[in-house]
Design a protein around this ligand. Structure first.
Ligand SMILES: Cc1cc2nc3c(=O)[nH]c(=O)nc-3n(C[C@H](O)[C@H](O)[C@H](O)COP(=O)(O)OP(=O)(O)OC[C@H]3O[C@@H](n4cnc5c(N)ncnc54)[C@H](O)[C@@H]3O)c2cc1C
Length: 326
C-alpha cells in the first residue's frame, strides 16, 4: 500500500511543487504506516527518479519511452492506473495543473474513486484521509471524506512547504510500456511555450503586489510596483480588487480565488489584507506592507510596515534597492 504522487514534468524538467506533494505524501504515509511512492513518466526518467528518492519516495514507478516525451492523457492515464494498481495505492496525488487535474480526474473515473479536485490540504483523521478545498468562489471551505479505499486529489501548487532534499535511494519499479503509437489518438504536432519573460508567481522567491491603493492613478501605480519588482528580480502580484478593476490581468491575482504563493519576501503595496488575499500569501516568510492607513489589517501579518502613500514610498524603495544592489 502507498501514497502515490505523479511527478509532473515539462520539457524533461520536474515541476518543482511535485516535491511539496511528495513530502506531504511521506508525512501521510508515516501516519498511515505505509510508504510514499512516485510515478515518473517520460522519454528519460532517471534524473526525475533520482530526485524523487531524495525528496522522500520509498518506491519509484517509472515508465520511459520516446512516445511519452510529451503529456498525452491516453497513455499517461493507462500508466498511472497501472502504477495505482501495482502500488495498491491508498491515494493518488497530482498537481492541480491542467495536466495533473485531467490525469487525476481520469484515474478517479476509471478506478471509481472519490476525487478532491483543486484541493488545498490533506490530512489523516481516525485513520482516514480527509481533503479540503474551497467552493462557491472561495466562500466555503469544504472538507471531503471518501467512501472508497482509493483517494484521488489534485492539489493547488504551494499548498505545502518546499522540503529539503534529504532521502536516499529506494526501490525502482519499471512499468510495462506496451505502446502502439497508432493506437494513441492524441498527436502532439507542435509545442510552444508562452514566453512572457515574466517571473512566474508560484515559483517566485520575491513577490511585489499592488492593490486598489493605486486607484488614484492605476497605470502609474502599477508601473511603480512593476519597477520595484523588476529591481528585486521579483514576480508581480495583485489583489482581486486590482484585477477586477482591470488594472492588471487575472494571472497576477494572489489569494483564495487566485494563486497560492509562498515566497521568502512578499511586498504588499496598497493592499488592505482581506482574509481572501491572506489566504493566498499568508504563508510568505517575510511580509512587508506599504499602506497609508496604519489600521489596515495587513499590518497585523506584516513583519515590516511602511505607513505612507505608495506613490512616494514605492519609488523611494526602488531607488534605495537599486543603489544597494548595484
Ligand atoms: C469569494 C471571494 C473570493 C475572493 N478572492 C480574493 C483573492 O483571491 N484575492 C484577493 O486579493 N481578494 C479576494 N477577494 C476580495 C477581498 O475580499 C478584498 O476585496 C480584496 O482583497 C481587496 O483588495 P485590496 O486590498 O487591493 O483593496 P482594498 O481593500 O480597497 O484596500 C486598498 C488599500 O489600499 C490602501 N491605500 C489606498 N490608497 C493608498 C495609497 N495611495 N498609498 C498606500 N496605500 C493606499 C488603503 O488604505 C487600503 O488599505 C475575494 C472576495 C470574495 C468574496
Amino acid at each position: 500500500m502507498s501514497i502515490l504522487v505523479w511527478i509532473e514534468q515539462s520539457d524533461g524538467l520536474v515541476i518543482s511543487n511535485c516535491w511539496e506533494l511528495l513530502a506531504k505524501a511521506k508525512e501521510l504515509a508515516v501516519e498511515l504506516e505505509t510508504t510514499a511512492a512516485a510515478l515518473v513518466i517520460g522519454d528519460e526518467v532517471d534524473e526525475a527518479a533520482r530526485q524523487a528518492f531524495t525528496y522522500g519516495a520509498d518506491t519509484v514507478y517509472a515508465a520511459a519511452d520516446a512516445t511519452l516525451s510529451r503529456f498525452r492523457l491516453q497513455p499517461y492515464a493507462a500508466l498511472a492506473e497501472q502504477a495505482v494498481e501495482r502500488a495498491a495505492a491508498r491515494a493518488f496525488l497530482t498537481n492541480a495543473s491542467i495536466r495533473g487535474g485531467t490525469l487525476a480526474a481520469t484515474v478517479a473515473c476509471r478506478q471509481q474513486a472519490g476525487i478532491a479536485a483543486n484541493a488545498s490540504d490533506l490530512w489523516v483523521e481516525a485513520g482516514e484521509l480527509v481533503a479540503a478545498r474551497t467552493i462557491y468562489s472561495g466562500n466555503i471551505r469544504a472538507e471531503l471524506r471518501f467512501e472508497n479505499r482509493l483517494v484521488v486529489a489534485s492539489i493547488r501548487p504551494r499548498s505545502f512547504p518546499m522540503p529539503e532534499p534529504v532521502g536516499g535511494p529506494g526501490v525502482m519499479v519499471t512499468l510495462d510500456v506496451a505502446l502502439d503509437e497508432a493506437q494513441i489518438r492524441e498527436k502532439v504536432t507542435d509545442f510552444r511555450a508562452a514566453d512572457s519573460g515574466e517571473i512566474g508567481l508560484t515559483d517566485a522567491h520575491i513577490i511585489v503586489s499592488g492593490g486598489r491603493g493605486v486607484a488614484d492613478d492605476p497605470a502609474k501605480g502599477f508601473k511603480l510596483v512593476g519597477e520595484l519588482a523588476e529591481t528585486l528580480g521579483a514576480a508581480l502580484g495583485a489583489s482581486r480588487a486590482a484585477v477586477d478593476a482591470g488594472y492588471i490581468p487575472y494571472k497576477h491575482q494572489v489569494g483564495q480565488t487566485g494563486k497560492t504563493v509562498r515566497p521568502d519576501l512578499y511586498i504588499a503595496c496598497g493592499i488592505s489584507g482581506a482574509i481572501q488575499h491572506l489566504a493566498g500569501m499568508g504563508n510568505s516568510k517575510i511580509i512587508v506592507a506599504v499602506n497609508k492607513d496604519s489600521g489596515a489589517p495587513i499590518f497585523e501579518r506584516a513583519k515590516y510596515g511602511i505607513v505612507h502613500d505608495l506613490f512616494e514610498a514605492v519609488p523611494a524603495l526602488t531607488a534605495e534597492f537599486r543603489k544597494r544592489l548595484a
